[in-house]
Design a protein around this ligand. Structure first.
Ligand SMILES: [Zn+2]
Length: 83
């Protein structure tokens, strides 16, 4: 498997982890394009958004909850952020 994101999840590519659980991780981007640049990744591999279906709704709700937890924990809401 030659997926960059799966390599980050498997720790083959190191990235500082701000959050992780059984379904998702949130890491700092190793090549940030903004002062705060995070990646929120589901542990399940998707080749692209075209593979996301209604059956994945719960996982993506979970992913957005993870993002909210990091925004809260890292006090990012005051600084403003884009997703
Ligand atoms: Zn992948």
């Amino acid at each position: 498997m030659d997926c960059l994101f799966c390599k980050i999840i498997k720790k083959e590519i190191p990235a500082p982890r701000l959050y992780e659980d059984d379904h998702a991780i949130v890491v700092k981007d190793i090549n940030p394009q903004a002062p705060v640049h995070l990646l929120a990744l589901p542990r399940k591999h998707y080749a692209g958004v075209h593979e996301v279906t209604g059956a994945d709704k719960k996982l993506f709700e979970h992913l957005f909850n993870a993002i909210s937890a990091v925004v809260e924990k890292e006090k990012l809401a005051q600084a403003g952020f884009a997703s």
